[in-house]
Design a protein around this ligand. Structure first.
Ligand code: PGA
Length: 248
């Protein structure tokens, strides 16, 4: 019912030339059993959009401001100008290292949607929160706060990503049971705030040490509709193996 969506988050990797080279190898082999995409650095976005015929090209962040004295920021209008239609918002690395909050993620989410971009909104608990049994409370709070003020239609069309911080870049993936349980409760929080239809339509990715070897077991779970992939999205071979693995 919900088409899976697999996005490689390149983080602070790949120059323009490297991004274009990667896309030229991957773009021809994607299939239609899932949506596939990459999230490139700001500088590589324009060339990536030009090189990608099948892949979604996403930014990894954007400002919630339109313009002004905000050194180092990139606006939604600048992303649109280079043809970007997707943006990752609230990634845990942005929350941890650049002090992003649910409130700033909410402002960015609204800004993206108002301007026709599809956001991939990330939520997820830290290791301390996980060990304290706070996963459900944290993920419900983040989901509610990040989506506050949106319409059910807007929520239906966006993508949520459950990314337990303790599983990102650590090689320690969440078990499929943990990932499924948490994606289900995030969907339930969407239902509580936006109704059943939005909850059934919204796609929820799992992210955290997803690899060619484990992607299928996540996608087999009822409430997991794809993956946000860091490390394993950087090499052509492993990205290709992921694309092959999700072929229906
Ligand atoms: P990882 O990163 O696959 O390297 O754990 C996931 C992410 O940050 O989206």
């Amino acid at each position: 019912m919900r088409k899976p969506i697999i996005v490689g988050n390149w983080k602070l990797n790949k120059t323009i030339a490297e991004a274009v080279d990667f896309i030229s190898q991957i773009d021809p082999v994607v299939h239609t059993d899932a949506d596939f995409g990459i999230a490139a650095s700001y500088l590589a976005l324009q060339a990536s959009v030009a090189a990608a015929k099948n892949l979604i090209v996403a930014a990894q962040n954007m400002s919630h401001m339109d313009s002004g004295a905000y050194t180092g920021e990139v606006s939604v209008h600048m992303l649109k100008e280079v043809g970007v239609k997707w943006v990752i918002l609230g990634h845990s690395e942005r929350r941890q290292y650049w002090a992003e909050t649910d409130q700033s993620v909410n402002l960015k989410t609204k800004k993206a949607l108002e301007n026709g971009l599809t956001p991939i909104v990330c939520v997820g608990e830290t290791l301390t929160e996980f060990e304290a049994g706070e996963t459900e409370a944290v993920c419900r709070r983040q989901t509610k706060a990040c989506l506050e003020g949106l319409t059910p239609e807007q929520v239906s069309g966006l993508v949520l990503a459950y990314e337990p911080v303790w599983a990102i870049g650590t090689g320690k993936n969440a078990t499929k049971e943990i990932a499924q349980n948490t994606c289900a409760l995030i969907r339930d929080e969407v239902k509580a705030n936006f109704g059943d239809e939005a909850a059934q339509k919204v796609r929820i990715q799992y992210g955290g040490s997803v690899k060619p070897e484990n992607i299928k077991e996540y996608l087999a779970e009822e409430d997991i509709d794809g993956a946000l992939i860091g490390g394993a999205s950087l090499k052509v071979d492993s990205f290709k193996a992921i694309i092959d693995a999700v072929k229906a």
